[in-house]
Write a protein that binds this ligand. Sequence first.
Ligand code: LLP
Length: 396
Amino acid sequence: MSTTSIPFLRTPFYLYDTELLHDTLTAICTEAEKYSNYHVHYAVKANANPMLLKIILDAGLGIDCVSGGEIERALEVGFSPDQIVFAGVGKSDWEINLGLDNDIFCFNVESIPELLIINELAADKNRIANVCFRINPNVGAHTHANITTGLAENKFGIAMEDMEKLIILAKSLTNVRFRGLHFHIGSQILQMDDFIALSERINEIQDRLDSENIHIEIINVGGGLGIDYQNPNMNPIPNFKDYFQTYHRHLKLRPGQSLHFELGRAVVAQCGTLITQVLYIKQGSFKKFAIVDAGMTELIRPALYGAYHKIENISVTQNIRLTDPITVADSEETYDVAGPICESSDVFAKGISLPTTKRGDLLAIRSAGAYGEIMASQYNCRPLPQTYILEELNID
Ligand code: LLP
């Protein structure tokens, strides 16, 4: 595949490989369908681009929303309200009303005051809201501190010791129906042990509830499955087989219970690439900078979390798809790849080796399909990035 045949497009832009997205969705569905009661909701916070959402809808996934805006986007694209779960620690009244008006599948409730407000707003509309409680399982995850959510110190969820109190309260309320429990321990998790720990904690909780004669219909384990940022070409599709099998082996569902998942990153991260152009090669006093036209405004993850994204010079390698064969460059040099934003943290990578790079070269910042475009900002009055579908560019 040749980059010379890329039509002229103003950089920076996101390029989505929808063939890879289709393959990823096939892998998810094939593995999840092995277990009759597993339901996968796509966590739309990872990427709400309507072109991708349509493909995810057609594959049959449900959807996990964390705001009224996400619910509106999901409905616009065509997701049915009974596929929508709605989480979030701070739901506004208009957002709750939107969920109620559309009779969504479930509200994942994070506190007693929220439960009472949902009941009150539902009563005003003469409706009954389905609710699950998001429990904070106090299970750590081996990932970045900013994206762990399941520890007692985090703001998310209801403390385990308050669980029965809430269930009893919910059962006493006229306009909510208690359906089950929701968990989410963090994101970019690659060690299956973390999901085993969550399963074991849920087993303990279920034993406790059984002994109190409380039956639940829905268990939702959230998302969190990570992807290979280091070697996206070798591992473009996460290991969904292991992931679902881990829950199947370790989580003891009761008869009639359904298990729900909210996967975001694992669905879309690898299909998205941020394409940026090199503006200047600048020699500093002791290192070389490749100054590019994308910045933390298009992809904030490196600046915010110190996240690693593989960078390739596709003008030299001619590789656009992750699946293209890797070419070795004649000569390589070491660069810091930095953006144009007036912030020292606006750096995509430090001290990386790239083929000798010059002004005008296109760089591909890989694995940017999740939490990339959706977290873009207009800081420095920059326009939001354009997006293109690789298959529609008619590249030979
Ligand atoms: N469910 C809940 C309740 C969540 O809070 C999240 C993500 C997900 C599902 C989806 O998690 P995933 O499968 O994508 O790991 N901006 C950060 C990630 C924040 C994740 C927030 N919650 C990043 O760029 O790494």
